[in-house]
Design a protein around this ligand. Sequence first.
Ligand code: ADP
Ligand code: MG
Length: 606
Amino acid sequence: MPDIIKLLPDSIANQIAAGEVIQRPASALKELMENAVDAKATFIKVIIKEAGKTFLQVIDNGIGMSETDARMSFERHATSKLSTAEELFSIKTKGFRGEALASIAAVAQVELKTRLHDKETGTEIIIEGSEVVSQQLCATPHGTSVAIKNLFYNVPARRNFLKSTPVEFRHILEEFQRVALPHPEIAFTLHHNGLEIFNLPISNLRQRICAVFGSNYNERLVPVEENTTVVNITGFVGKPEFAKKVRGEQYFFINNRYIRDGYLNHAVTNAFEELLPNGSFPTYFLMLQIDPSRIDINIHPTKTEIKFEDEKPIYAILRAAVKRAMGKFSIAPTLDFDQEQSFNIPVFKGDRIPLQPTIKVNPHYNPFKEEEKQQGATLNTSIKTDWQQRIAEKIKPEENFQSQKQEVIAPFSHAVQHVHFFEQVYNSYILTYHKNQLVLIDQQAAHEQVLYEKNIAQLQNSSAVSQQELFPVIIELSTQSFHALQQIAETLKTFGFDIRDFGKNAFVLHATPAYVEKGKEKWLLEKLVEDFDSGVTIDKKQLLEKTARSLAQNASVKLGQTLTHKEMKTLCDNLFECQSHNYTFNGKAIIVSLSKDELIKRFERK
Ligand code: ADP
Ligand code: MG
């Protein structure tokens, strides 16, 4: 039998490598932006069309390349960032594998223009499917421009695998932000289909975060800073009351590189402990500087995972730093841009680093304790969980009461509405009579069900009652939220919202459903957007149903909120008019009842 093994031609080898490195337009964007950062650019301009599927260009004012380097840059394993194996463990650049440009050129049509700062002319190279089409001198500004056309034009399987433009655009935004956030010293712009999406001037980290996610983030951020010989930590965590229901803004940057790390994420979440409402995720932007010899970045082709020499001390230091920051925040006045550096945090110095840095933070200390006393006047989510917890504890001894099988209460007939006894228990449950039974009504669950059925009814007879805003409210959102809201704006009309585009990342709110509390409009829209932030495309019917649910859950009164006698009566009346008043649309119990017979049994008179 003849020998059958042969070496693959470069073009095929590159295409195979591209499969790992370039999965979608966003991965190409990441590689090009990282090259621009490595080239010491101070301004990076990104232009894309159709989420990068047809066109993606990154222009920088960095060092540029010579004619020979320009040609070499497309070879596989060609890099200027590494020459010996040892250097792999002192990497300070984003790139080092020398395969990005080769991979991109294997699966797209690429035009490179580059010019060194001390040269009069530059070089232009056109390369398609790893074949150089042309190379010539050209006039071009200092720095480098790489334009990619028709990604995967020669790999139909990959091209067909790409998702819809909105989904791919979300990936683009995500990768853009991951590079732009840790580099506030560089200006960035992003244009999509001719529209300017981002224009980020040179600034500091706090300002960069606000420029990306919206100026309302300023008040949400608590600075974190910790210097040890193992790791230096800077950055911000979000105040607990702004925690999100979806895993949203969670960013670790290790040596300015975005990294995914479940272990470190655990350290941060753990530091928040009971401060976070159940099922919510903290926001954080944390920059860790670690000696490159103590980590291995070369374990994943896209370099988003990392291996630590010893991760335990990093976990401990990170957790302590976040706790300390939260403790400080509870006594610190409102923070603004100027105060970014104002905290006096001791530095751990010396040969050996304490494994568990000493912190003077009482883990049981809850900065919200003070507010708790003002029984739910202005309710924030953190108080809510605490309330829920405490309520749960208090109710425990009477467990039997709850575990009694709930009696199904017959639909309330309109004739029986003369109950006047309503007492609010623990600021959360309404104690009243219903059909000769003593009942406890979960005020939040009840209101959710009332609002839900109201919303569904509005859908069926398009009868939404809205209130016009006297002064239209302008709502500024992050770019991502803006796009998410744009997608549901039409649907929200059905429910009585009148929202119109108002230029860059902003909407004008002309009307809201009548039951939305004044001043809570913006908050409610943000919550709605959060619920829709999953990026999954659903059909119109599902969208309406989901909006009805989300609105009901977000706009309802919450546990811990004091209700007047009149509010309790209206809520109970509305509840008993609902089609389902024992359970909410998502299966939560609304009512616990106790009949006279049961009372007698409990007092053992039988
Ligand atoms: P790597 O970044 O891992 O070195 P790439 O394939 O991304 O590999 O790039 C190959 C080389 O091309 C880089 O090492 C760098 O010398 C050069 N290069 C790429 N992009 C740029 C740029 N925007 N400006 C200057 N040089 C660049
Ligand atoms: Mg690179």
